[in-house]
Design a protein around this ligand. Structure first.
Ligand code: ADP
Length: 506
């Protein structure tokens, strides 16, 4: 649930719930008070008006009685002088705190409850002139509701019939106290309920996240939040963000460890790869110094070996330098439109001569149309081809002249596919996925001592990907390896500039 909805529910509940509960409390307390004290039992029907509006209830009730008395007086004019009739009225109203009083001139003629007689008598309103005058309701200083009906006794003395009820003391004040208590309880309950709800739905998740963050701070990226990640709303988003962050941090921590491991391996590889030519150079130069190479042919052979070994070292150092630039995205690409047939034709000519000298057969086929154009950096693409071909040569394992390298160009609608296949030692299936990783060398290449640094193919992959293409390898151990890479064809887009130079400076 979103915070906004939660806040809306909270504000509505804070208002509505106490209101509803107060209403219920009012109805219940009213009923209990009215029935419990039998304050009003007239007519036996319970009416909340008795609680809510005492005045009008009292008025209706007294209206009824007075009307009946007036009717009775028409039949029996001295009816109000009969005590048993007055008793019947007082019995009928049957208020616990109500009573009937009849005043004759200035004296009490009848009172149904003597308890209130003294306190009320002095404040009774005077006789109205009009005969049978029915007054409005009086609210007396003693907290009673009073209604009066004037009439004439048979002896012509002034008579007043009073119906008096003490509501305030009985219902109103108790009602107030009970209602205040009920409202305090209701407000407390609402507040406890809302606090608990907010605690459960907001504070708890925040606490959970806090604990999770502590784990992250301590480098524990395996701590999984003990909650439902599908939860909706902001809290759910926070949970998911936390989990994404945790997984990314975990990944980058693992990558860091892997990189550190690779760097250590690289240093040990470089030391090893540099040590081999250096040992040779040291050995041959010592041979020269000590005069072991005593003939001009031997001396030339020694010097040539020193030169070749120095070249090997140079190549390795160049590869490392390139790798370091490529890793930091610092290769300045010079993308140009290149005609595939012409470009590969020239390449094959160059490679062919080299392979020829090594007694390796080269087959070339181009199935793309002669006008196929790609956008590429000619120099970097050559590096890719040379690297793959030199790997094929390196891992051919055929000194008997049966080594064959096939280079094929295939047309794939929007792109061209280049396949460079050899019939060399091949790559084990378990290694195929990893040969494009930095510094990865198969066991086979390590054991044959032919391998380089394990950098070559990672550079190749990076260059192909920077060209918007992709590369993969297929191989069978003992049968050979095929490198495939795909490059997008140039689509003739008039809005695109002819030459596109992208320099990737970090
Ligand atoms: P290296 O400098 O070791 O050749 P690369 O990155 O060029 O590094 O190649 C990674 C590994 O892939 C090599 O060590 C080798 O084991 C394997 N490999 C690459 N090309 C071939 C191939 N044509 N035949 C057999 N193995 C190959």
């Amino acid at each position: 649930m979103r915070f906004r909805t939660r806040l809306m529910i909270t504000s509505v509940t804070i208002v509505i719930l106490p209101l509803v509960m107060t209403l219920i409390a009012f109805l219940l307390i009213g009923r209990v008070l009215v029935f419990g004290n039998r304050a009003f039992t007239l007519g036996q029907t319970f009416d909340y008006k008795m609680v809510a509006d005492m005045g009008s209830t009292f008025q209706t009730m007294t209206d009824e009685i007075f009307e009946r008395v007036m009717d009775d007086m028409k039949e029996t004019p001295d009816i109000l002088e009969h005590r048993d009739y007055l008793d019947s009225i007082s019995e009928e109203i049957n208020f616990k705190t109500s009573f009937v009083l009849v005043r004759k001139d200035n004296e009490i003629f009848y009172v149904s409850d003597e308890e209130y007689e003294d306190e009320i008598f002095d404040i009774l309103p005077p006789y109205e002139d009009a005969e049978n005058a029915i007054s409005n309701i009086y609210y007396t200083s003693t907290g009673q509701l009073l209604r009066q009906m004037d009439f004439k006794f048979q002896d012509d003395s002034k008579g007043s019939l009073f119906i008096i009820t003490s509501v305030k003391t009985f219902v109103s004040s108790k009602m107030w106290i009970y209602m205040i208590i009920a409202m305090i309880i209701i407000l407390l309950l609402t507040s406890i309920m809302m606090t608990n709800w907010i605690k459960k739905t907001i504070m708890k998740p925040v606490d959970d996240l806090n604990i999770a963050m502590q784990h992250i701070k301590e480098g524990n990226f395996d701590y999984v939040l003990p909650i439902d990640l599908d939860e909706k709303g902001e809290i759910g988003e926070l949970y998911r963000s936390y989990d994404d962050m945790r997984l990314r941090l975990k990944e980058s921590a693992e990558e860091k460890i892997e990189r550190e491991h690779q760097n250590k391996e690289l240093i040990s590889n470089i030391s090893h790869d540099l040590k081999t030519p250096i040992t040779a150079i040291k050995g041959y130069s010592q041979g020269l110094i000590e005069g072991i190479a005593d003939s001009p042919e031997k001396r030339e052979k020694y010097i040539r070996t020193i030169f070749n070994k120095a070249n090997d070292m140079d190549n390795l150092i160049n590869e490392l330098t390139l790798y370091s630039s490529i890793d930091n995205n610092r290769i300045p690409y010079n993308f140009q439109k290149i005609n595939v047939a012409t470009y590969f034709g020239d390449c094959i000519e160059e490679i062919g001569m080299d392979l020829d000298s090594k007694n390796i057969q080269l087959n070339y086929s181009n199935l793309t149309t002669p006008d196929t154009i790609i956008v590429a950096d000619a120099e970097q693409l050559k590096r890719v081809i040379n690297n793959i071909v030199s790997n094929s040569v390196k891992y051919l394992g055929r000194e008997d002249g049966t080594g064959v390298i096939d280079i094929r160009l295939l047309d794939e609608l929007d792109s061209i596919r280049v396949e460079i296949e050899d019939n060399g030692i091949g790559i084990a299936q378990k290694d195929i996925q990893n040969i494009f990783d930095r510094f990865y060398r198969t066991d086979l290449s390590r054991n044959t001592k032919k391998g380089g640094s394990g950098i070559g193919l990672s550079i190749v992959k990076k260059i192909i990907e920077d060209h918007g293409g992709y590369i993969w390898a297929t191989s069978h151990e003992g049968e050979g390896t095929c490198m495939h890479f795909v490059l997008r064809k140039y689509a003739d887009d008039p809005e695109k500039p002819e030459t596109d130079t992208v320099a990737q400076e970090a």
